[in-house]
Ligand binder design. Structure first.
Ligand SMILES: [Zn+2]
Ligand SMILES: [Zn+2]
Length: 393
């Protein structure tokens, strides 16, 4: 896809208020200690008030939802980054408490191997390091290979390992063997994220977990929200950009860190001396996919106008959920029921209808009728496009 967006996108910067850094003499919270860090460009905290605030925010995000009951099993997804390690740390601290505020669920940690940008040896190292981090925090770990999951139609229990996960140089080729060779990076990234989500739901069901915790922070959620708008997945924003993704009836995906920003996580890890696995990231061209482009755009926003990221996040939270009985066979999101206004999906159908059909302008009756009298849709608008990249689909 062509993209003409350049670095001059912020031509209007000079009219925007820049972030203001205040230098306070005492901590905002206790009003006595010397501040150690400034959040959001204005709130100064000492170390202990900051750590207390983080723990409170984490607990209240989980508590407000009132979803998790004592002894519920929760699958926590571990990724090789600081956000995910901070999440495990917060969970471990919560489970270890001896006060009534103690967390009471039963955790299982999963690491999904998909580090295809690294050489095999480095991929093995990442798995070993992940094992060390997770064992040190006293969690049970299971390992799953994304490529094995995507290419095996058999039962999930054969794909779950506690150690000895087999990985190979050809995993990436295997993963994409049913995908057209000229598929764009945007579509490949979408496919990977859909496969990964389906994997997590299946693993959770197999392990009897009602919930999955993932570690997206505010910036990831905002990036995802804007990506979804760009890809015609607007109706999925409430599922992908809030605290809870409940599109599956048995397993809910929860994002306990969705209100945290990168600086909070960075300082949480720093003050707790948390070391984490940090594999080399893939050096990709910013303009190679909508995902990388949105990531850069949101990172720039976060650096220069942090409150804008929060505003986008809060706006996403207000978007109403789509109600529909049918679900998309690929991403499993509900397909919109017919509504009085045309959805983008119907508008696209309508425009393709009038561009491809010789329309009888004396009889435009069909405009008033729902476009789908019988609901035979298999995919949502975006997955319908995505399905064209799949071979034999
Ligand atoms: Zn303080
Ligand atoms: Zn879909």
């Amino acid at each position: 896809m062509m993209c003409s967006v350049g670095d001059d996108i912020f031509e209007g910067d000079k009219f925007m208020p820049t972030k203001q850094v205040t230098t306070s003499k005492t901590c905002n919270k206790c009003k006595t200690a010397e501040p150690q860090l400034v959040l959001r460009g204005k709130d100064a905290y000492c170390k202990s008030c900051f750590l207390e605030g983080v723990t409170h925010k984490f607990k209240s995000t989980l508590g407000k939802s009132k979803l998790i009951r004592p002894r519920d099993r929760v699958l926590i997804v571990y990724e090789d980054n600081g956000n995910s390690t901070a999440l495990l740390h917060m969970v471990r601290n919560g489970l270890n408490l001896s006060t009534p505020k103690k967390l009471n669920f039963i955790p299982v940690v999963v690491f999904v191997e998909d580090q295809y940008h690294l050489p095999l040896k480095e991929r093995h190292n990442v798995i070993e390091q992940a094992k060390e981090v997770i064992t040190a925090l006293n969690f049970d770990l299971i390992l799953v290979s994304l490529a094995q999951y995507a290419t095996n139609s058999g039962s999930i229990d054969k794909l779950i390992y506690s150690e000895g996960l087999t990985i190979s140089e050809s995993d990436k080729d295997e993963l994409f063997k049913n995908v057209q060779t000229d598929t764009s990076d945007t579509n490949k990234t979408e496919l990977i994220s859909i496969i990964k989500r389906n994997l997590l739901i299946e693993v959770a069901k197999h392990l009897d977990c009602k919930y999955v915790f993932t570690s997206e922070i505010s910036m990831d959620i905002t990036t995802n929200l804007l990506k979804n708008v760009s890809l015609g997945r607007g109706s999925q924003i409430p599922l992908e950009s809030g605290f809870c993704d409940d599109r599956d009836t048995q397993v809910k995906i929860l994002r306990p860190l969705y209100l945290f920003d990168s600086k909070e996580i960075e300082y949480y890890n720093k003050y707790n001396n948390i070391t984490y696995v940090h594999a080399r990231t893939d050096e990709v061209n910013t303009y190679s996919s909508i995902h990388t482009l949105m990531k850069k755009f949101v990172m720039d926003l976060q650096n220069n106008f942090p409150s804008t990221v929060t505003t986008v996040l809060k706006t996403g939270d207000k978007i109403e959920r789509v109600k529909g009985k049918a679900i998309c066979q690929l991403c499993k999101a509900p397909l919109c029921d017919n509504v009085p206004q045309l959805t983008s999906e119907e508008s696209t159908k309508f425009s393709s209808l009038i561009s491809n059909t010789k329309v009888d302008f004396t009889n435009l009756d069909f405009v008033d009728k729902p476009l789908d009298q019988t609901d035979e849709r298999v995919f949502c608008l975006s997955c319908n496009e995505l399905s064209k990249c799949l071979i034999n689909s």
